[in-house]
Write a protein that binds this ligand. Structure first.
Ligand SMILES: [Ca+2]
Ligand SMILES: [Ca+2]
Ligand SMILES: [Ca+2]
Ligand SMILES: [Ca+2]
Length: 544
């Protein structure tokens, strides 16, 4: 396998911060020994985050299971969120998943779509868009599966997953049944999902990971056995001791329908894992997309594409603290923080200095524990590591803003630029609270470039494309993906901080193999590149 250590650490980080903590005991354990903290660099950090969710109109709580205690693991893991420009006006809208409660559905329990009003506020358009839905939702992935120019939404659930086709007029239609994605299994727990074009026919296929097979009848009660205790406190059981999920690959037939090809593609053979977030990208750079599944308590999975419609599983990324991964974590000085249970994560250049930083969100799965053990709170802060540009990272707390240090029990998070001002903002799911929207206010303006891709021969969303940006003797690489972080989907416009460079060269490797180069692109703008045509007008947002 050609994955080098560096790319390995990068995609693992993007998949889920849980990997970074080397947790081998499931999300319930935080016994990894922290690395000693180096002395502070004393360098100023020019990004500053303020949680503006309330002012922006994101009032509704994300309902997810019990508030004071969680009887089942079903209530504990929470859900993801997405930046999606559903109306193609050039401004990122927000899609938030939701769970419900064991005792019945509260009126607030629904997925929600918020339209960006382009003035720092959002309007809840859930009902108008036809997206009101109640259930235990988990993951979301966004892409234009039918190549009509409007991004569609797939959500995973405990129970039946859902595919929503964007009708292009502000409404969506639930097309799960007609698309052939209806699978009535009452114990299936859909977890991560990703669109990818694994057979390179220009039509996006769909991978879905499953977490555990769960049923209320068979689930043990808190405290019932050794997997249902945490430091002596009876808690919800699992995932250990519960039956593993199996994963699914659906081939897009190009006519709005999908066929389950899990068996013939070699996906169904991997049965011993608790699958979570899915990231599909070309990890060995052979031009064919591969699939990474971040798993909980079991080795993560890496399905490498054989170019003939099948995959071979090469993952066996053991979180045993002995592999390269942990070694790199420590070399990068990211191992100083092991206090929290970590969920959504991303590598994004938050201060536009040309070096991508790391931000992840945290939160315990056991709200009942802190009443007996106050040293293990349910709500914990966000964690931000700024990239010092020398291969090491430095943890920042209040220097990055109060929104970083304020504790929540968070799960999914998505990175994007909701106010189109050239810096990365962050959307975060908080359990049984309204979400957070972290607006980034830069103290010093530095250069940046955004790249949006429009496939023609390749799938319209250009999922699977790889973009290299060259500036000041350095290079950054990003891939277009439909899910990363924890069960979430980022702004599809790739964002590159350029530091002091006012120009950059851009290399695009399109999903179907075309390689295009653009020289001397001016900084501080979004460029939309259409496959084989070059730079075209941005939808909605003017070039600056
Ligand atoms: Ca929009
Ligand atoms: Ca579409
Ligand atoms: Ca395909
Ligand atoms: Ca911004």
């Amino acid at each position: 396998m050609m994955i080098n250590r560096r790319s390995f650490v990068l995609f693992s980080l993007c998949a889920t911060a849980q990997q970074m903590l080397g947790q081998n005991q499931g999300i319930a354990t935080r016994d990894v020994k922290a690395q000693a903290k180096p002395a502070a660099s004393g360098r100023p950090f020019d990004a500053h985050f303020t949680d503006i969710a309330k002012e922006a109109g994101l009032h509704a709580p994300v309902i997810y299971g019990g508030i004071e205690a969680k009887k089942y693991i079903l209530e504990a893991n929470g859900c993801g969120c997405a930046f999606i420009d559903y109306d193609n006006d050039g401004w990122m809208d927000i899609f938030l998943l939701s769970g419900t409660r064991l005792e019945g559905d509260p009126p607030e329990a629904t997925n929600r779509l918020y339209k960006n009003n382009r003035d720092g506020t959002f309007t809840d358009v859930t009902d108008k868009a036809g997206l009101r839905a109640v259930g235990w939702a988990n993951g979301v992935c966004v892409a234009d599966y039918n190549n009509d120019g409007f991004d569609d939404i797939f959500c995973t659930y405990f129970g039946q997953n859902r595919l929503y086709r964007n009708n292009g007029d502000g409404t969506f239609t639930d097309v799960t049944k007609q698309a052939g994605l209806w699978e009535s299994s009452s114990t299936r727990w859909g977890a991560g999902c990703a669109f990818l074009d694994y057979n390179r026919d220009g039509h996006l296929d769909l991978f879905v990971s499953n977490y555990i097979r769960f049923s209320f009848e068979h689930a043990p009660a808190p405290g019932e056995n050794s997997t249902c205790n945490w430091k002596g406190v009876p808690v919800n059981c699992g995932p250990r001791g519960l039956p593993t999920g199996k994963h699914s690959l659906y081939r897009n037939n190009g006519d709005g329908t999908f066929t389950d090809v899990s068996k013939q593609a070699g996906i169904a053979a991997a049965t011993e894992s608790y699958g979570m977030t899915v990231v599909a990208a070309d990890f060995d750079e052979d031009g064919w997309p591969d699939i990474f599944v971040a798993c909980d308590s079991t080795p993560s999975l890496l399905f490498m594409n054989n170019h003939d419609g099948t995959f071979r599983e090469e993952g066996v990324i053991r979180n045993d603290g002995k592999g390269n991964f942990d070694e790199v974590t420590r070399l990068a000085k990211v191992g100083v923080e092991t206090r929290f249970t970590s969920w959504g994560a991303g590598l994004a250049d938050l201060d536009n200095d040309g070096y991508p930083d790391v931000l992840f969100v945290t939160g315990s799965v056991y709200p009942e524990v802190e009443r007996k053990l106050p040293q293990y709170p349910y709500k914990t802060p966000r964690v931000l590591f700024r990239n010092l540009g020398n291969g090491t990272f430095e943890e920042l707390e209040s220097q990055a803003g109060e929104a970083i240090t304020t504790p929540h029990s968070s799960r999914g998070c998505a990175f994007g630029d909701f106010d189109n001002d050239g810096d990365m903002d962050v959307l975060i799911v908080n359990m049984n609270e309204p979400p957070s929207l972290l607006r980034n206010d830069m103290k010093v303006r530095r250069n940046w470039l955004k790249v949006k891709l429009e496939g023609v021969k390749s799938n319209r969303s250009a999922i699977g494309a790889r973009v290299l940006v060259h500036y000041a003797g350095k290079v950054q690489v990003q891939a277009v993906v439909s899910q990363s972080s924890y069960y979430s989907c980022n702004d599809p416009r790739l964002h590159f901080g350029l530091g002091a460079s006012s120009v950059a060269d851009v290399d695009v490797h399109w999903p179907n193999g075309l390689h295009e180069q653009y020289k001397n692109i001016a900084a501080n703008q979004l460029i939309t590149l259409r496959e084989s045509s070059g730079i075209v007008n941005n939808k909605g947002w003017k070039r600056s």
